[in-house]
Design a protein around this ligand. Structure first.
Ligand code: UT7
Length: 329
């Protein structure tokens, strides 16, 4: 019997309409458009505004478009995995909220939190449910409302992040196209350099934690940068070697968009020219779990059936990894 693989059969992205430009940030913190662009590659990012608007809103918009594209109903979905670091609430899971909002009454699911690598962790997880043969339609959504945990008085972090996300549909395939391999890693010691200090069970919210701004992203940028450059490049090279792929065999790299310099270093280590690298950090900044599906969405028309694609990411945890897939349509 032919092996069942999990193939991405549709992709869709969504970003909120409000845009926060570098120029606007110049009026909020001591920074310049030139510094931001040269150090990160970012020109603008989108911000989700409005009362009670959480990450599920991004997921709902991305998934509704995905269902329309594929011509199926929410009732056809077996499972929704939501990769997010900014869930609507501590509980229930944002995946459950999304299921309710879109009317996916036959679906079950849950959230996966692996910070910026979350979409890869969720994609690898979702693919196993398809490969098992038990599930036929699994949605993996990666979305974040990073503006909900950013201090817009901290120039070291507020320039980087944005809101947005995307979703893919996984279905069984037996023609050899789909998710071929994944290498996923964590090192919890890295939590010291990138985390949210309060709001969890170790340090629940109090007046003092709010006053001390402990509910915002804390990042030691330079240290994270060093680990990101090394690990994202290494894991991307590792998955190529393990699958006997040369640079010329790869059609596209879909990298997490945290910093253009990290992406350039990864592409260089893989021997890829910049024309093969998906890059949209300029428009969206770092949307955490949203970056990779937003890339796949924007490059959808350029990818061809059978194309060898590498996805790779690095993020808080630390977490990092790479996925090798053959595009299925
Ligand atoms: O996706 C999750 C994982 N996260 C990442 O991958 C992020 C990794 N880190 C980075 O991308 C970079 O470290 C940053 C973009 C966050 C910072 O860039 P950097 O080149 O590492 O800057 P730096 O922190 O070393 O700061 C250099 C200088 C400092 O000034 P002094 O001490 O040299 O006088 C900063 O105070 O730049 C200053 N600076 C700024 N200047 C203008 C920091 N932020 C800004 C700013 N505008 N927004």
């Amino acid at each position: 019997m032919q092996k069942i693989m999990a193939a991405i059969t549709a992709v869709n992205g969504w970003v909120p309409p409000d845009v926060l430009t570098n120029k606007a940030l110049e009026t909020m913190v001591e920074t310049t458009d030139e510094w931001i662009l040269s150090r990160t590659g970012i020109k603008e990012r989108h911000i989700l505004k409005g009362a009670d608007m959480g990450t599920s809103e991004i997921g709902v918009n991305a998934i509704n478009g995905l269902l329309a594209k594929r011509g199926i109903s929410a009732m056809d979905i077996d499972m929704i995995l939501c990769a997010t670091t900014t869930p609507d609430m501590q509980f229930p899971a944002t995946a459950n909220i999304i299921s309710d909002k879109i009317g996916a009454k036959n679906a079950w699911g849950y959230d996966i939190n692996a910070a910026c690598s979350g979409f890869l962790f969720a994609l690898a997880t979702g693919s196993k449910f398809i490969e098992s043969g038990q599930y036929k339609k699994v949605i993996v959504v990666g979305a974040d409302k990073m503006s909900s945990i950013i201090d817009y008085e901290d120039r070291a972090t507020c320039i980087i992040f944005g809101d947005g996300g995307g979703a893919v549909l996984l279905e069984p395939s037996t023609d050899g196209n789909g998710i071929v391999d994944s290498i996923l890693k964590t090192d919890g010691a890295g939590r010291a350099f990138l985390h949210q200090k309060a709001g969890g069970s170790a340090r629940p919210a109090t007046h003092a934690t709010v006053d001390a701004k402990e509910h915002f992203v804390y990042q030691e940028g330079q240290t994270v940068y060093k680990f990101a450059v090394t690990n994202m490049a290494e894991v991307s090279a590792e998955i190529m070697e393990r699958n006997n792929l040369k640079a010329e065999d790869i059609a596209w790299l879909a990298p997490h968009q945290a910093n253009k310099r990290i992406i350039d270093a990864t592409a260089k280590r893989m021997g890829l020219p910049e024309e093969k690298v998906m890059l949209n950090i300029e428009k969206y900044g770092n949307t955490t779990n949203g970056t990779i599906p937003l890339c796949l969405w924007e490059w959808e028309s350029k990818m061809k059936k059978g194309d060898n694609i590498i996805l790779s990411a690095f993020g808080g945890g630390f977490t990092w990894g790479a996925i090798y897939l053959k595009w299925a349509y």
